[in-house]
Design a protein around this ligand. Structure first.
Ligand SMILES: Nc1ncnc2c1ncn2[C@@H]1O[C@H](COP(=O)(O)OP(=O)(O)O)[C@@H](O)[C@H]1O
Ligand SMILES: [Mg+2]
Length: 246
């Protein structure tokens, strides 16, 4: 990119060390906030129980206000949990995996929820895929985040297609939805931490997905058309079968 200068290895190491320090600090901060927050939530719950059976007008009004505070606490807790998940992506537990099998497992798990939301899942799993090195638990998180976004983009139902294929030695996975799609402004910012167009959205789903995919040596891209839907494409390096076992 114009104006961007190549980092030498010293600079890169310094940046990495600084990034690690900030990530540790942020993770610590999130934990520190979680503890008092859970004390607050617990006490609010006790207050709600105390007030729940009272008929007095004043108590009714208090109950309503406390419930608002409770909702906001839950929202904060959700954000902190998402953030901790994001910060935790570090060490991978890699095994050789058949991507089709991983995708099929996910579909079996997700289908009941999809059906509840009038979403029809159609898998198109390509043949002859080489194995990929995967952290299965993290990859499930990727699929869940992408499926959830697709679901939220199709509030009245729709179609979610999952395609796998082999292209130029890379294994590709595409998730295609028939949802709201994204305008160029959203497209430009969707991978930014805390960027969300949803009320109460954490804005951490796609940054987490990107971080997981890149830590696998893969890439993620997307294209979208407002009003028609979106496509997210993941590519992962395929294992070279001919070199294995030598
Ligand atoms: N499948 C999709 N269809 C339409 N918009 C999407 C889709 N996936 C992501 N987006 C957009 O990208 C934003 C960021 O997504 P994400 O990081 O998962 O955060 P969140 O879901 O909490 O908003 C969303 O708020 C939405 O605007
Ligand atoms: Mg999301």
């Amino acid at each position: 990119m114009a104006g961007e200068h190549q980092l030498d290895s010293d600079e890169r190491q310094q940046l990495q060390a600084r990034y690690a320090e900030i990530a540790t600090l942020a993770g610590g901060l999130a934990h520190e906030i979680k503890n008092p927050l859970s004390t607050i939530s617990m006490n609010l719950e006790l207050l709600v129980e105390d007030l729940a059976n009272s008929e007095a007008q004043r108590d009714r009004r208090m109950l309503k206000k406390i419930q608002t505070v409770q909702r906001e606490c839950r929202h904060l807790e959700d954000i902190l949990n998402e953030f901790l998940k994001f910060a935790r992506v570090g060490q991978l537990n890699l095994t050789d995996a058949d991507l089709n099998e991983v995708v099929q497992e996910f579909i079996d798990f997700y289908r009941p929820e999809a059906e509840q939301h009038q979403i029809e899942i159609s898998p198109h799993l390509g043949g002859n895929l080489p194995p990929v090195r995967l952290d299965r638990a993290l990859f499930r998180q990727v699929l869940m985040n992408l499926a959830l976004n697709a679901q939220q983009a199709m509030p009245r139902g729709g179609q979610l297609e999952l395609q796998t294929s082999l292209r130029d030695g890379s294994v590709h996975l595409e998730l295609i939805d028939t949802g709201t799609g994204m305008d160029p402004k959203t497209m430009a910012r969707m991978f930014d931490v805390f960027f969300s167009t949803k009320p109460g959205g954490s804005g951490l789903g796609l940054p987490t997905v990107k971080k997981i995919i890149e830590s696998h040596g893969g890439r993620i891209s997307s294209d979208s058309e407002p009003g028609r839907g979106s496509r997210f494409t993941i590519s992962l390096p395929g294992q070279l079968l001919s070199l294995r076992g030598q």
